[in-house]
Every structure is written in C-alpha cells, then in structure tokens.
Design a protein around this ligand. Structure first.
Ligand SMILES: [Zn+2]
Length: 211
C-alpha cells in the first residue's frame, strides 16, 4: 500500500516563529500529540478605497484530531481498493441480514454490533445512480474538482443509499457506475472513494485512482 507523502507541517505564527503543525502518534493505545495544534497567523487590516479602516482579517490555523473509532477499517480498506459494509447477524433481529453501506457499526433495528462484509464485488456488478446533484458552490476547504457531481448510489441487496461523487462523465438517473479508489497516496478520507460510468477505460481515471 502506498503511504501519503509528508505534507508541509511548518507554519509561521504571529511572532514570525516557525512552528511545527501538530501530528499524532499512538503509543500503548493512547494518542500522543506533538507540535502546535493552534497557530495564530499574522492578521491584515481591511481599508476602504479612501484608506479608512473597516476591520481586520482573523487568520486561524487549527489542526483537528478526527478519531475514526470503529469506522477506521472502512477508511483503511478504501486505500486498498476494498469497499466494506456491515451486516446485522443477530438471530433475534427482526431485520437480520440487512446490509449497510455507508459502513455503520451498530444495527439501527436491534442495536447489536454488526459484522464487516466486503462489498467490492457486489457494488461493481450492481451500482446504479439513484439521483444526483451538480454544484459549483462548495463548502470551505473543498478539495474536489468543480463542478462537483454528487451522486447517490443504490446497490442490489443493500438497504441504504451511498452518497459519493462521479469523477468521469455526466451523471444520469439509473446509470451503471463502478467504484474507483485512491490507492496511490491515499488521504484515508471518504474522497478516496469515487465512481465512474461502467466501461470507463483505466486511462480516463483521475491521478492516483485505480479500479
Ligand atoms: Zn439487527
């Protein structure tokens, strides 16, 4: 498995001092943070056309520790080109056998812990666009190519619909799609999973992605 290259972790604070952006290791099952998790960056004034002060910018640099907990296997598998879902195997559950994608840990019907199931083969054979939305306006820190083609995907035998994004072509309701995975320099986030229309050649995939 490819491992993401270290990105720049240095930043200058308000005193002009270079600070090391926070990183985390796990030692004996405990998080061990090092570096700076909050960096105040020099602000700038905002003047109007006549030079009258109107305000200031307030730059903030914060590193957030996002713990995946029981969902970590899902993100780890994406980097290996594997799509994991979960299945309720509780014999007493009224809806035993229900399969969930997105991955969730507990069955919403009986609250028991579900079993991990590999769905890569199933989704390659049955994924269809349920509906879609194309947007030019994104949230803060968007990393996806605009316009973003959000698609909701349905699968045979799966009781949920997955939200993701189409990387090639234009979405249509009912269109057959197949998953692609960022296996080169994975980010270990949900954007490591994307979709393309069935029959898309390997040469059309975005950089770093494989079937
Ligand atoms: Zn259940």
């Amino acid at each position: 498995m490819a491992v993401a290259k270290k990105k720049t972790t240095k930043k200058k604070n308000t005193a002009g001092k270079v600070v090391k952006r926070g990183t985390v290791k796990v030692v004996k099952d405990k998080y061990v943070p090092s570096g700076s998790f909050h960096v105040a960056i020099p602000n700038t004034p905002i003047f109007d056309e006549k030079g009258k002060l109107c305000g200031v910018t307030n730059p903030r640099d914060m590193t957030y520790m996002h713990s995946y907990g029981g969902e970590a296997p899902f993100f780890d598998a994406l980097a290996k080109g594997v799509l994991l879902g979960t299945k309720c195997v509780n014999p007493d559950c009224e809806f035993k056998g229900s399969i969930y994608l997105p991955y969730r840990i507990h069955c919403p019907d009986c609250l028991s812990k579900m079993k991990k199931v590999t769905l890569t083969g199933l989704v390659k054979k049955t994924a269809r666009v349920h509906t879609f939305m194309i947007t030019e306006r994104t949230g803060a820190f968007n990393t996806l190519k605009k316009p973003i083609k959000f698609i909701n995907i349905e699968f045979d035998g799966v009781c949920t619909i997955l939200m993701s994004y189409l990387s090639v072509g234009e979405p249509e309701i009912g269109m057959r799609v197949v998953p692609i995975f960022r296996t080169k320099n994975p980010t270990y986030t949900i954007t490591d999973l994307s979709w393309v229309p069935l029959g898309t050649p390997k040469s059309k995939l975005p950089a770093g992605f494989t079937f």
